[in-house]
Design a binder for this molecule. Structure first.
Ligand code: ATP
Length: 248
């Protein structure tokens, strides 16, 4: 990795870029993942590069939904693994939820590399290689998934998802939670719960709420979930961004 001086004002952001770039060189991230990362960075600037109250609330609701679910699954792609692999494993243990690798630009080689990488840092079971089911409506390899994991899940956490797949998962009747810094993306508009936050901050915050809400029974979780209005929250994000820009 290129040495970035610790006192550089953009140290954190530059180190994150280094992580993504290294993961691409290792074959974990597809080259277009770098572009997706850049779009994310731009929106992170706009929200102030920190977890804002609208994201904290979405992270709390996400935790409630994951705890409420009978069969929750966390879907992983190259960028998510490059930035938050350990945190995703830790979250999957805390819920507990299954982990499945699901790629837009799918090759068996990249799926295997990502799974091996996750196992080398402590993941016990990772689905995705033996794809034996298809998400209806997606005529592309990104529709491939495993019957015992995403296909049969009732709730899926899909960070950095694409809009079509998000819609196809919803069409299957699943509860879809996404993490997407862009409040205008199709995914953000389609998911049941959109966390407008960086995946690096979002995953540990969801886990923090898992630990708090684990003591709640199902009816308490349900009452909390019922308070959520995703459309209203997305409008709030846009108002927040425009107020921030006016104040600058
Ligand atoms: P859609 O199909 O939903 O409209 P898209 O085509 O705009 O999505 P993709 O390239 O499929 O976008 O997905 C990348 C998304 O992930 C972008 O919206 C980007 O803002 C977001 N993103 C990138 N990096 C991060 C990150 N670190 N944390 C959270 N979101 C991120």
């Amino acid at each position: 990795m290129t040495r970035i001086p610790k006192n550089h004002p953009r140290y954190k952001s530059l180190m994150t870029r280094e992580k993504i770039s290294l993961a691409m060189k290792k074959g974990l991230v597809h080259e277009t993942g770098l572009i997706a990362h850049g779009r994310g960075e731009a929106f992170d600037y706009l929200i102030g590069e920190k977890t804002q109250p609208f994201a904290e609330m979405a992270e709390k609701i996400a935790a409630a939904l994951l705890l409420y679910a009978k069969n929750p699954v966390i879907s992983l792609n190259g960028n998510v693994v490059a930035l938050s692999a350990k945190e995703c494993i830790s979250l999957s243990n805390a819920v507990p939820a299954k982990l499945e690798v699901n790629l837009f630009h799918r090759t068996n080689e990249r799926v295997k590399k990502i799974i091996d990488n996750l196992k080398s840092i402590g993941a016990k079971e990772v689905y995705g290689f033996n794809a034996n089911a298809y998400i209806p409506g997606l005529n592309h390899d990104r529709g491939l998934c495993e019957k015992d994991s995403i296909y049969s899940a009732d709730t899926v956490l899909v960070p950095l998802e694409d809009g079509d797949r998000c819609q196809a998962l919803r069409n299957m009747g699943k509860i879809v939670i996404t993490i997407d810094l862009n409040p205008l993306s199709r995914t953000s508009k389609t998911a049941n719960v959109t966390i407008v936050d960086n995946v690096i901050r979002a995953i540990p915050t969801i886990e923090k709420w898992i630990k708090v809400l684990k003591r709640n029974d199902k009816s308490e979780l349900n009452s909390l979930i019922d308070t959520w209005d995703n459309e209203k929250m997305l409008k709030e994000v846009l108002c927040f961004i425009s107020r921030r820009l006016q104040d600058l």
